[in-house]
Structure formats: C-alpha cells, structure tokens
Design a protein around this ligand. Structure first.
Ligand code: NAD
Length: 261
C-alpha cells in the first residue's frame, strides 16, 4: 500500500485503460477520483468496485473534459476531499476516423479539447497543490500515435504529438519540485475506443471487420496481440513509485514493438 494517504485523479476512468489505472492506484492504497462519461448505474458500479480495493476512498466527478471550468472544479473537489491531488492521470480520449479533407470541424475541436487541452487545464490546476506538498506524479496516456501517424487520424495524431510536447515542458518546469511528468504510449489496447472505430475504418478503407482487426490494427503491432489495460496500468503505477523519480519528460512505449519498426 505504498500510495496510502495519497490522492489521485484519473480522467476518463469509467472504462478501458483509465479504469484499470484507477484500480491499480486504489489497490496500492490511494484515494481515487474517477471521471468520465457513462450511464449512472455503470458509473456507480465502477466507483464502488474501485472503492472496495485498497485503503482509500473513491469519488466520481462528471467533469466534461471539453469544459475548462469543470476540470478546475474537479481538481478543487479532490483537493478539498483529500488534499493534493498528488497524482494526476490525464487519460480521457476519443477518436474519429476520417480523411482530413472531409474531417468534421466539430470532431477536430472535440479531439483537441479532450485528448490535449484537458491535460493542460488539469495540470494547470493540480501543479500548485503538488508543489505545496513537494511531491507529484503526472502520467498522460498518449499513444503510439504520439510518435508515428496513420491515415485518417489527423486530429488524434496531432493531439497525441501535442500531449508529449506539453508533458516534456511540464517535466522541465517541475524538475526540482519533486514532481515527474511522463507519457505512456500504448499500441492497440482492446477497449471501447478501439471497438468503436472499427465500423468507420471498415467504411474508410472498404474492409471487413476481420480485415480491420488483422490487417489494420494488428498489422502495426509485431507481437500480433492487443496490449491489455492492466499492462498499461502496471507502468503507470510504477511511475508513481519513489524508485521512478528520475523518470521525467519521458514517453514510454507499451506497444508490442509497433514503434520499433
Ligand atoms: P475508452 O473509450 O474505454 O475510455 C475513454 C474514457 O474517456 C472513458 O472513460 C470516456 O467516458 C472518457 N471520455 C470521453 N470523452 C470524455 C469527455 N468529454 N469528458 C470526460 N471523459 C470523457 O478508451 P481507452 O482505449 O481506454 O482510452 C483511454 C486513453 O487511452 C485515451 O486517451 C486513448 O487515446 C488512449 N489510447 C488508447 C489506445 C487503445 O488502443 N485503446 C491506444 C493508445 C492510446
């Protein structure tokens, strides 16, 4: 329970990678604020399952990651509940698959807001609290698409490249404050985000569902296996350890060898 007494916010933690990270942090003893979209019953089930782990409490905040004021309020709520936040996991994200010439402007704006700007707003609000305690861990879920591009993912690739630049800058600004800031860059992880883009990729490339999985998604991943949310969560948890305090400004791949190619 090395995180007992620490508090964490995990954006986009009602499903997928974020929920796995929330579980790992709670299991290690942290108080965890969950966030994300979802039906009330499913959200409460997720919150209760996290609260049942470890030694800490679990709260849910419905802040929309497109709303800077709501993000600041979420950080303030975690602070008044537990102090901190000591740990910030910027994880919320969406995808839209379409060629740039036809890319809907509203989708571009939403992806930049949720996948990139929300991390800025959360870090801006959380860093003063981390500095006050002389300790902090910021982990942002980027993607293999922070290092390489794929067709039809202009907004996502731009946002994830931007998230790495933002994180490097924050790492330099906080380097002597006991705070680290890093990105984790997964390859394809089997979550609702990936499931949802299969129909659009079928349309954009004229492929069957099986062809999208084998020839598009896993084509880039030399291991030919999806990464699991738990594998990503294990690295996020390690980055919260004192042994990881020299790791800052890094973009760590968990991608089955994708970006080695
Ligand atoms: P997911 O769809 O399971 O989770 C996304 C989370 O973000 C959900 O909790 C959702 O409710 C939340 N979210 C979406 N819009 C929101 C909004 N406006 N306000 C608040 N929360 C919002 O998908 P996932 O695969 O677990 O994705 C998590 C992160 O991992 C994303 O940043 C994604 O880009 C990244 N990622 C995923 C993969 C993959 O293959 N699944 C690979 C690399 C990176």
């Amino acid at each position: 329970m090395f995180l007992k007494g620490k508090s964490a916010i995990v954006t986009g933690s009602t499903s997928g990678i974020g929920l796995a990270v929330a579980r790992a942090l709670a299991d290690a003893g942290a108080h965890v604020m969950l966030n994300g979209l979802g039906e009330a019953d499913a959200v409460e089930e997720a919150r209760a399952s996290v609260a049942a782990l470890g030694a800490g409490e679990a709260l849910y905040d419905a802040a929309d990651m497109t709303d800077p004021a709501a993000i600041a309020t979420m950080v303030a709520r975690a602070h008044s509940a537990w102090g901190g936040p000591d740990i910030l996991i910027n994880n919320a994200g969406i995808q839209h698959v379409c060629g740039v010439a036809d890319f809907p402007v509203g989708k571009w704006d939403a992806i930049i807001a949720i996948n990139l700007s929300s991390a800025f707003h959360a870090m801006r609000a959380a860093i003063p609290h981390m500095r006050a305690r002389g300790w902090g861990r910021i982990v942002s879920t980027a993607s293999a698409h922070s290092q390489v591009a794929s067709p039809n993912k202009s907004a996502y690739v731009a946002a994830k490249h931007g998230l790495v630049g933002l994180t490097k800058t924050v790492a330099l600004e906080t380097a002597t404050d006991g705070i680290t800031a890093n990105c984790i860059s997964p390859g394809y992880v089997w979550t609702p985000l990936v499931e949802k883009q299969i129909p659009d990729t079928m349309t954009a490339r004229g492929l069957t569902r099986e062809q999208v999985i084998d020839d598009v998604l896993l084509a880039a991943q030399p291991t030919k296996e999806f990464v699991t949310p738990e594998q990503v969560a294990a690295l996020a948890l390690f980055l919260c350890r004192d042994e990881a305090k020299a790791i800052t400004g890094a973009n760590l791949s968990v991608d089955g060898g994708w970006t080695a190619a």
